[in-house]
Design a protein around this ligand. Sequence first.
Ligand SMILES: [Zn+2]
Length: 473
Amino acid sequence: MNFRFNRKDAAATALCVFTCTAFAQTAPVLDSEQRRFHDIYKELVNINTSDSVGNNTTAVIAMKKYLIADGFTEAEVQIFEPFPRKGNLVVRLKGDGTQRPILLLAHVDVVEAKREDWKTDPFVLQEDDDFFTARGAVDDKSMAAAFVSIVGQLKREGFQSRRDLILALTADEEMSAVPSNGAWWLLRTHPELITADFGINEGGSSQLRHGKPTIQRVQIAEKMNTSYKLEITDVGGHSSLPTGGNPIYPLAAALGRIGEYRFPVKLAEVTKVYFEKSASFETDQLKEDMLAVASGDPDSAALDRLSSVPLYNAMLRTTCVATRLNAGHANNALPQSASATVNCRILPQDDPDAVDATLRQLLGNDRIQMTNLIQPMPSPPSPLRPDLMNAVNALTEKMWPGVTVVPFMSTGGTDSRYMRNAGMHMYGVSGIFYEPSDARMHGLNERVPQKSLYDGREFLYQLIKQLAVSGKE
Ligand SMILES: [Zn+2]
C-alpha cells in the first residue's frame, strides 16, 4: 500500500512561501498518480452531465484525452453517441488472452442539481473541510475517474495482464428505469466490446462509523424495479351533488390496502450472510434479531423489529409503495379521474407475475385500471467467486485491518442488472468509505471525504491488478 496523505506537510509549506492560500493549509500532499487522478476527477466533475442541460459526450471526450496521453491510440478509445449529448466510451487494455476479460463499468451521467438549492455550485468541485463536494462527487464520477486513471497508469507502466481490461464509461444510467442508452445500449448493439468474464461496477458501499472504517460491502445482487399506474375515471359533475361514482374514494381505499400489506419475508443466502456479518457490529436485541435471520429461522417478533428499519425491511421482502397521486380538476367539481403510481422493488427470488397478481387482488375494485409502466428485469445474484472475494478480503485486511467484507443485495438498481441478465457476473465494490448518515448521492451537497477517495482509488488499482493476473493455470 502506498497511500500518502500528509496534511500540512513540509512540501506544502514550502509552496506556501510563494502562493500562500487557505488551500495550501488544508490540501493533502499527493504523489504524481494521485495528482493525475485528482486532475481527471476534477475535470470530470466540473462537466455538467445531467440530463436536462448536461453533456455526456463532452465528458467522455475529456476522459479520452487522458487515455490518449497515457498511450492508447485514437482508434482504441471508441466513443458512441446514440443520442445527442449522450456519448459512451469504450477502451480495452489488451492482456495476453489466457483468461477472459474484466469489465470496469462506470456511468458518468448525474442526477439533476439546482444551484439555488445547494450551498455551492453543484458543477464546480469544492475542495475544503476534508471533503470533495459536487454533484457526482460519489455517484459515479468517483469510480469513473478512478478507472480512467488506473487503466491509464497500467498502460503507461506496460502492465502484463492475463486478461483484457475493458473500461466502459456510460450515459443515462440515472434514466435507466426505461433503458435506451448506456450499458444497456452497448450490450444490445456492441456486445463483443463489453462482454467479459465478470465486471466491477458501483453499488457496493464502504461504511465509516464515527470516522472509522467498519464494513466493506460487495454488491452481488439487486432488487428488480417496476412501477404501476392505477387509474379510475367517472363522469364528474357539480360538487354540490355528490354521487357514488367519485373515483377518489375507491383509489384511496386501494392505496390504503397496498400500504398496509407486507409481502412475505424471503431469505436469500446473501441476506443471511449480510445479517450474520452485520450482527458483529451491533449489541443487545438488534444483534440477536440479526443472528436469528442469519440462522434462517427467525421468529415473527424478530422480523417485526427488524422491519421497522427501512433498510432491513427492504432487504427482507419485496416492497410496493405509492409514489404519486393525482385527482380532480377543480375545488367545486366532482373528480373525473384519480390516478396513482405505485413503485415496487422485487426480491431477485420473487416472481414479478406473483407480485402483479397480489397487487391486483389488493385493488379490490374492478373500476381501477392497473397498467405496468416498467417491465421488471430478472437479474440473478452473482456467485461469490473465490478469486474476487479472496482478493477483496486480503486487500481490505491490508488497507483497513479489522474491516469486515460483506456480500450485499442492494435495494436500489444499478446497470449491473443488464449484465447479470445477460449471464455476466457483476460485483459492486469501491473501497470508498463514507458515513451512511452522510450518504448524499442524488441529494443535496453530495460529497466524499478526500482521504476516502484517494484510498478507494488505491484499493481499486491494487484489486484490478490482482484480478488481471488471476485465473486457472
Ligand atoms: Zn450511480
